[in-house]
Structures are given as C-alpha cells and as structure tokens.
Design a protein. Sequence first.
Length: 244
Amino acid sequence: MALEIPNNNIHLWFAFPDAISDETLLLRYQQLLNDEEKKRWQRFHFARHRHHYLVTRALIRSTLSYYIDIDPADWRFSFNPYGKPEIISALADKPIRFNLSHTDGLVMCAIVLENDIGADIENLQKKHATLKIAEHVFSKQEIEALQNMPEHEQAQRFFEYWTLKEAYIKARGMGLSLPLNQFGFILRENQPVEINFDSRMDDNPEHWQFWQLRPAEHHVAAVAIKSTTPIKYQLVINNVVPLQ
Ligand SMILES: CC(C)(COP(=O)(O)OP(=O)(O)OC[C@H]1O[C@@H](n2cnc3c(N)ncnc32)[C@H](O)[C@@H]1OP(=O)(O)O)[C@@H](O)C(=O)NCCC(=O)NCCS
C-alpha cells in the first residue's frame, strides 16, 4: 500500500552508505540503474564514490516507490537547465517533488507534495579554510556573525550557514548561479531560522521555511521549502537501507 504524505509534511530519508555492504543488495541496486546512470556509475574512479552513487540512486528510486506504485527501476527523471531533477509527471498520480544531497558517509532525500524543496548535507570533517571561503561567498551579516564567534565554533557554524544556503539555492533549482552573498541567514538559539534577501534577489522571506538538522555525529543538514500559503510544515525523519 502506498505511503501517504500529508500536505504539511516533509519526509526526510537518510541512508548511510558505509552500513551497506551486502553483495546481493548491491546487485539489486545495480539493476535499478538506467543506461545513463550505469555510465555515470562506471565512470567514478574510486570505489567509495561508485558505492555512494549506487546507494543514492537506490535511495531515491526505492523511496519514490513507497509513495507511488511504480517499480523502483521504472522511474524516469527530467532536469531543469541547472540540473535539478524532477519526476516525469506522467508517471505519478501525486504531485511528488524531491531533492537529494550526498556527502561522505550520508545520503539524504527530501520528499514533499507540490512545493519547491531543497536539501543539503555536509560532513563536518571536511577540511576547509572556512572563514576564507565565507568572506568570498557569504552575506556581510553572516561574515560578521562568524567573525564574532570563538574560533573553535566557527567551522560548525560555517557548515550550518553553508547547508542552509545550498538548501535555498537547491529549492530555487538554480544552483550556484544564484549569488550566495545576496541572501543571508540569521541563526539564534531556539528560534526559527530566518532569511534576509538583498533587494536584488527579488524574493520574500515570508514564503520560506527552513530547518537545520544533525542527522549523525559528523553531519549537518538543512532543508528549505517554499510555500506561498500559510502551511506550517513538519519534518518526518527516517533512516533506511534502500530495498530492505
Ligand atoms: C546543485 C548544486 C548546488 C549541488 O551541490 P552539492 O553540494 O555539490 O551537491 P549535493 O549532494 O548537495 O546535491 C547534488 C544533487 O542535487 C540535485 N541537483 C542537481 N542540480 C540541482 C539544482 N540545480 N537544484 C537543485 N538540485 C540539484 C541532484 O539530485 C544532485 O545529485 P545527483 O546528481 O546524484 O542526482 C551545485 O552542483 C550547482 O550549483 N549546480 C548547478 C550548476 C549549474 O548552475 N549549471 C549550469 C548549467 S547551464
């Protein structure tokens, strides 16, 4: 029976590639790939990257099939000019939208009805010259907030801003062609995440809801949803092994 998703729900599905090693299961994942995906999968130089790719494809294909009675191998996708994938709608009897994110050790898929959604995860162990990158791409307010933090807290806060910014641009579907310094987040303890737009961005903070998550010890994640109606969204979180 198909899984229902209420209008005000966002379902998040997490898969941990390092926990998936069963050869029979991995063979079933391979059988889900279409020709294009097979080529991409074979092009990865490192086995670890190939494995992550396979788990990502299995996660999105098997997750979509919880909601709509279609075999996981039969999903087809279209892509906007910036590469954002969507279900080819003729396949679906519900207006399911999704967004994927993957980083070392974790794959995430966000599912919602109708509205633009973006998700991003990052591994906190990635070594970055965080403040230097921030100075190039963050808003003035975000850079100041980071500079005013104790140094040992800056790396985590950098990734919190980063995942929120990526979740927003991914919900807009325009990727890094949107200028990251023309919008900024305000993070306050125990308060909802707020966004500010530069006048050049032509967007309205009231149309957006954001969440920050800590799905695993070394990972931070963010979700962004656009809604022009007063729906208050709720997250429902699941950890899965695809097809198991
Ligand atoms: C989309 C983007 C922000 C991804 O960021 P990332 O942190 O490297 O990667 P993530 O793991 O979070 O997300 C990647 C996933 O997002 C999805 N995605 C790809 N492009 C997307 C977009 N424009 N908007 C939203 N989601 C997108 C895909 O599902 C992709 O995974 P997949 O290729 O395995 O299916 C970044 O790659 C980007 O800006 N791309 C756009 C490039 C562009 O503007 N091209 C112009 C072509 S003319």
